[in-house]
Ligand binder design. Structure first.
Ligand code: ADP
Ligand code: MG
Length: 687
């Protein structure tokens, strides 16, 4: 049986009542499989003895005899104190709220003891310790114990008991998903054994081996999917066709500036693909403002000139509109027939637009999710460009791509993706990068400020406003609940308007406001009629107002680094010096501080994304969110590059050797492997 098929409810496991079951559900643990896939966040080594004498080196793990009892504190709230000793010393156990231990830790009896000690009031003390009778069959001593991520009232003991019960009842039925010969070749454990070792390792070496095998398995799965995609693209050959480049050249010549070297290079790379015998699959990454959008539009011109259609997809209406307006500004004069489509384009306009599109009278359509709709048809869609690709699901992207016949595909992201992630999720794509910014931009100056110093920040902003510049204020949420002291956009808009910036015009924008209003506000902001724009992270993507030179992000620690980086990209869009103030709350964790420091130190999106990955894990980077249940549970993308490359090599070999496998639509690796059984074992002979 496959691990994923252990769908029995956790509530039938030992010690799991309705309450724990619902708390487990809060962690996403509903079935036995979920529980077994719940990876410990750490381990406690109770396999080696640490006598009392060595309490500074590691948690004490020893056998003690109870010497005496005592109490301290008031009569009601008095606390039991137990004196114990082992061969190396004596210590006291402070039993806060555990006076019942009086009847457990009896004088003269021996116990196993595990705990953290400190030296106070002339004695060695512990208030956080565990004990167990010496002659009982031990489940938690003398071994390495898992420490699970918990929530609510769940505790380690309960989790361990439940996992142990799950392993005892079902563990041995879990089949390996790696082909047997491949598993042997690399020396990985059978899956049932690996799962057991992850929870209750016999040693740290075994744990490591188990994790490697499990990680390899999930990476191999990903790589097979990737390899299949690459194979399919490779298979869909077309007659190479040299596209005309007059239009593109004319357009580039008409630009009021020169393209950067990186932009030229990317346009060349895309040109090669477009002329080539396989549809393009390319990821274009580059910081906000580096000129990706322009580059992408330019790259599309040969396709248009040759008489094909191009679709340009953006994640928000605001952004799509802005792209469309800008594209219109320099493309319409060249005779490119442009259209804009969003959910708000209604019947009277929509119907004729769709007809024109289906009849090939539109060359370039720029739009939002509305482009996915079924009644959107193309005459000959040849090139699909997707901005902020991570905002779209894989299937969504697929729906647009299917509207053409193997169209060329360009995915864009302003959140550069760390290399391991690129390989994992986009391993079938070529990658282009724009690393340099257009000339003349001054790097944005980033200041960190504690919430109590916000007045200073407001004063600095005022100076900028008085110079005729504009400012953004960004908050983590739209409105308050009247309880928490989290700042929100609505309350702050009111406060800023009435007190702090009452002599400037200010507007509030967020996702719940009607589309027309948002547009009007953005338009007025762009025109300079509004000086202060208060918002949530809706301004995150794309909005382009060169005169806006400062941004204040309050409760900055509530945003991910990638989001902050995107936000910061809204300013510094001209030769004016720009400023970002990241205002953080009083209670900022160490990690929070470190994250904000990264923002202060670096303005390189590539570096920020690597740091983000280190500090936070892959999270939503690179569209991993959409892979949902495929989530990588055993892989640490920070240091598994080697393993990843191993999986990649094997996957490409498997797919290349068996195209049937490559074309299979099955979504699960073992199913994929099953469906072409008998699986040609020689594929895995190694080498
Ligand atoms: P991105 O999509 O990467 O955020 P855009 O393509 O929107 O970047 O470009 C940001 C701004 O910079 C736009 O106003 C664009 O016209 C301008 N721009 C793009 N390339 C250059 C360049 N080589 N020199 C000067 N300005 C440029
Ligand atoms: Mg952009």
């Amino acid at each position: 049986m496959l691990l994923g098929e252990l769908d029995h409810s956790v509530s039938q496991l030992k010690g799991i009542g309705p309450q724990s079951a619902s708390q487990l559900a809060g962690l996403g643990i509903i079935s036995v499989a979920d529980l077994l896939l719940h990876r410990p966040r750490d381990y406690e080594d109770r396999s080696t003895t640490v006598p009392l004498r060595d309490w500074t080196k590691a948690p004490v793990n020893t056998v003690v005899e109870v010497v005496a009892h005592d109490f301290f504190g008031h009569r009601r709230g008095r606390t039991l104190k137990v004196y114990v000793q082992d061969e190396t010393g004596t210590a006291t156990l402070l039993c806060f709220n555990r006076n019942f231990l009086q009847n457990v830790l009896k004088v003269g009896e021996k116990f196993r003891l595990y705990g953290n000690f400190t030296y106070r009031y002339g004695e060695l003390q512990s208030s956080s310790f565990e004990t167990e009778k010496l002659f009982e069959q031990s489940s938690s001593f003398g071994r390495i114990l898992p420490i699970y991520p918990l929530t609510g009232k769940l505790n380690q003991g309960l989790m361990r008991r439940a996992v142990r019960d799950a392993l005892r009842r079902y563990g041995r039925y879990v089949d390996s998903e790696l082909p047997e010969s491949l598993r042997r070749h690399f020396g990985y454990l059978p899956k049932s054994e690996a799962i057991r070792q992850v929870h209750f390792p016999d040693s740290f070496e075994q744990l490591d081996l188990a994790l490697q095998g499990l990680s390899f398995e999930e990476l191999l799965y990903f790589q097979i999917v990737v390899a299949r995609r690459a194979y399919r693209r490779d298979e869909s050959r077309r007659a190479p066709q040299l596209l005309p480049y007059r239009l593109q050249r004319r357009c580039i010549e008409a630009l009021p500036f020169k393209l950067t070297a990186d932009q030229k290079q990317v346009i060349e790379e895309i040109k090669k693909d477009l002329d080539g015998p396989h549809p393009m699959g390319r990821l274009l990454q580059g910081d906000v403002g580096s000129g990706k959008t322009l580059t992408a539009l330019l790259s599309a011109l040969p396709v248009i000139e040759a008489g094909y259609q191009v679709a340009f997809l953006a994640p928000t209406e605001l952004l799509a509109k802005q792209h469309a307006e800008r594209a219109a500004g320099f493309l319409e004069q060249l005779g490119v027939r442009l259209a804009f489509l969003s959910g708000h384009v209604k019947n009277a306009v929509r119907a004729p637009l769709l007809t024109a599109l289906a009849e090939g009278r539109v060359d370039l359509i720029i739009g939002t999710h509305a482009l996915f709709t079924e009644d959107v048809r193309f005459q000959n869609l040849r090139y699909v460009i997707i901005d902020e690709q991570h905002k779209f699901g894989v299937e969504q992207r697929g729906r647009l791509i299917e509207k053409g016949r193997n169209p060329d595909l360009l995915l864009m992201t302003a959140t550069p993706i760390p290399r391991t992630l690129t390989l994992t999720f986009f391993g079938d794509l070529q990658v282009s990068s724009i690393r340099s910014m257009p000339p003349g931009r001054k790097p944005v100056v980033t200041h960190l400020a504690r919430q109590d110093n916000e007045e200073k920040v407001y004063r600095a902003v005022r100076k900028e406003l008085e110079r005729g510049h504009q400012a953004y204020f960004v908050y983590p949420r739209i409105s308050g609940d009247g309880e928490s002291d989290l700042k929100d956009a609505e309350t702050m808009a009111l406060r800023l308007r009435e007190t702090i910036f009452s002599d400037f015009s200010l507007a509030l924008i967020h996702s719940k406001r009607p589309e027309e209003e948002k547009e009007r506000i953005m338009h007025d902001f762009a025109q300079g009629k509004i000086q202060v724009l208060v918002s949530t992270s809706v301004v995150e993507v794309g909005v382009d107002v060169a005169n806006a030179t400062c941004m204040v992000v309050e409760q900055a620690e509530r945003f991910g680094l990638a989001a902050l980086h995107q936000l910061r990209g809204r300013v510094g869009r001209s030769s004016l010096q720009s400023y970002v103030f990241l205002v953080y709350s009083r209670e900022l964790s160490e990690e929070g501080k470190r994250r904000l420091m990264v923002m202060k130190r670096s303005s390189d999106g590539f570096e920020i994304s690597e740091e983000d990955l280190k500090l936070r894990g892959p999270g939503e980077l690179g569209g991993t969110r959409q892979s949902g249940s495929l989530g990588l549970r055993f892989t640490d993308l920070n240091d598994d590059l080697e393993l990843l490359q191993r999986a990649r090599k094997e996957a490409f070999r498997i797919v290349k050797a068996d195209p049937a496998l490559a074309l299979s639509q099955h979504q699960n690796l073992s199913r994929v492997l099953e469906c072409c059984a008998p699986f040609p074992e020689e594929l895995f002979a190694g080498g």
